[in-house]
Design a protein around this ligand. Structure first.
Ligand code: AP5
Length: 225
């Protein structure tokens, strides 16, 4: 059991395309949090064709969740190995109540307290518009949108000059499966954190320039959005 003051753990969640990755990456830059994004971990494993990547890729391409048995040890490992300087931010995990329960236990074992769950509440038409226009940099992970958050030069990453790509699971069929999986397995995680008393709901439909400052305020302690 870890000794000393607890490190902070923040969960950011919401439906696919709500803007979890966009917001979390800004928080990491501004607050120095350690970033654990399970989708990024899996995509890297798929690109490198590791045993994990081979196991996960079919589920991901179809828009289905990867099993808890695969996901849970990955996250615990990252919590254990991480230094978590000013805290951890988890993006895309937990996605089931079982993962949420496990996260509480793993956090406790590693001297971390999950003290905030930011729920980006986002409507379906917004989600579809965002996912169909998303482009990501495979080199540095920066996220763009061809209309909402366009790169300075079309198809080129502002940060590292990498060539932007569309994610495999941003096809219409996979988007619909991801939305269904979210409703079936992830939506109940909202109640898990509401019951724990750490849930803060943020309007995910509005531009980042509007939602990000309210998230920052919440993190700095000013709740009641
Ligand atoms: P993951 O990568 O976590 O995908 P997701 O949850 O579907 O979320 P997205 O990454 O699609 O969206 P986001 O909310 O991060 O939005 P973004 O910031 O990119 O997971 C992928 C897959 O991995 C899963 O389907 C599953 O198979 C597997 N997996 C991962 N974790 C797992 C787990 N714990 N258990 C089991 N399986 C797991 O923004 C979207 C777009 O909108 C971008 O183009 C962005 O530029 C734009 N945008 C963002 N915010 C705004 C805004 N406020 N206004 C206008 N545009 C915006």
């Amino acid at each position: 059991m870890a000794q000393g003051p607890k490190k902070r753990g923040i969960v950011i969640f919401g439906p696919p395309g709500a803007g979890k990755g966009t917001q979390a990456r800004r928080l990491v830059e501004d607050f120095g949090f350690e970033y654990i994004a399970t989708g990024d971990i899996l995509r890297e494993a798929v690109a490198k064709r590791t045993p994990l990547g081979i196991k996960a890729s079919e589920h991901m391409n179809r828009g289905e969740l990867v099993t808890d048995e695969v996901m849970i040890p990955i996250v615990e490992e990252r919590l254990k190995a991480g230094d978590g300087g000013s805290g951890f931010i988890l993006d895309g995990f937990p996605r089931t109540v079982r993962q949420a329960t496990m996260l509480e236990e793993a956090a406790r074992r590693n001297g971390i307290e999950i003290d905030l769950a930011i729920y980006l509440k986002t409507s379906k038409d917004v989600i579809v518009q965002r996912l169909s226009g998303r482009r990501i940099c495979p080199k540095c992970g920066t996220i763009f949108h061809i209309v909402n958050i366009p790169p300075k030069v079309a198809g080129v990453c502002n940060k590292c000059g990498g060539s932007l790509i569309q994610r495999e699971d941003d096809r219409e069929e996979a988007i619909l499966t991801r939305l269904a999986e979210y409703a079936r397995q992830t939506a109940e995680v909202i109640d898990f954190y509401r019951n724990k008393g750490v849930l803060v709901e943020v309007n995910g439909d509005v531009p980042v320039e509007v939602s990000y400052p309210s998230i920052v305020k919440t993190i700095e302690g000013g709740r009641g959005l």
